[in-house]
Write a protein that binds this ligand. Structure first.
Ligand SMILES: [Zn+2]
Length: 228
């Protein structure tokens, strides 16, 4: 954990983020009745409020969760999600949300308090552990069948940061956001055909657990044209 003078400036509340989602995507035909949401967030119970809010605004979502918010559903998972998406004429729509998270309790990056737990804890703990593994020189090339998600997280981070100095948690979280977006973009490629077009809205950001409120920072929107 490290102190940072003003990380995540410009972050908005979860409600503002969800308002933005509707105002940005609605004009492009993505609404709760025309699109299936896919949610790629960490397993951490700290994400429960955002999960609830996404469900309240968009209905049931396809869960893409794994430790750290890395999407590990693969081609099989994304095809399953597509099969559950509403059909609008010949068209399917997916709203894909990739939102890794970070604690910011008292302004300290990586720190968060939890009910009944003494002191402060790490968030995202999976990313903190992955940083630790990389700092200890773990190569990241081995997938541990009894620690699949964390070892994949280390694996994918190692692809980006390599060996040597490991970036701080703010940068590692941003790297994971980009890895998640790249993976999801790759998975949705090829879903579409001229006879059955698939529109995809790829939305990403970082959920910041600030003192007393969850915020969303570094929000990015991307509309993927149907392959054809
Ligand atoms: Zn986490």
């Amino acid at each position: 954990m490290s102190a940072d003078p003003a990380p995540y400036a410009g972050a908005v509340t979860s409600e503002e983020f969800l308002d933005l989602l509707e105002s940005e995507l609605g004009p492009h035909g993505f609404t709760p009745s025309t699109a299936l949401p896919l949610l790629s967030v960490c397993r951490d119970e700290l994400m429960a409020d955002l999960r609830r809010d996404v469900r309240r605004r968009w209905g049931h979502f396809f869960d893409v969760a794994s430790l750290g918010g890395l999407p590990l559903l693969g081609r099989t998972g994304i095809r399953a999600a597509l099969g559950h998406a509403p059909l609008d004429g010949v068209r399917h729509r997916l709203v894909v949300l990739a939102l890794p998270h970070v604690g910011l309790e008292g302004g300290v990056v990586g720190s968060v308090s939890r009910p009944g737990v003494p002191g402060t804890t790490s968030a995202c703990g999976a990313l903190v552990e992955a940083r630790r593994a990389l700092e200890a020189g773990v190569s990241g090339v081995v997938v541990d069948r009894h620690d699949v998600e964390e070892s994949m997280l280390v694996n994918r981070l190692h692809d980006v940061v390599g060996t040597g100095t490991v970036p701080g948690l703010v940068e590692v979280t941003e790297i994971v956001r980009r890895i998640a977006v790249d993976e999801l973009r790759l998975l949705v490629r090829g879903l579409s055909s001229p006879e059955a077009p698939v529109d995809v809205a790829l939305v990403s950001g970082v959920v910041v657990h600030a003192t007393g409120a969850d915020l969303v920072a570094d929000i990015g929107f991307e509309l993927l044209e149907p392959d054809a």
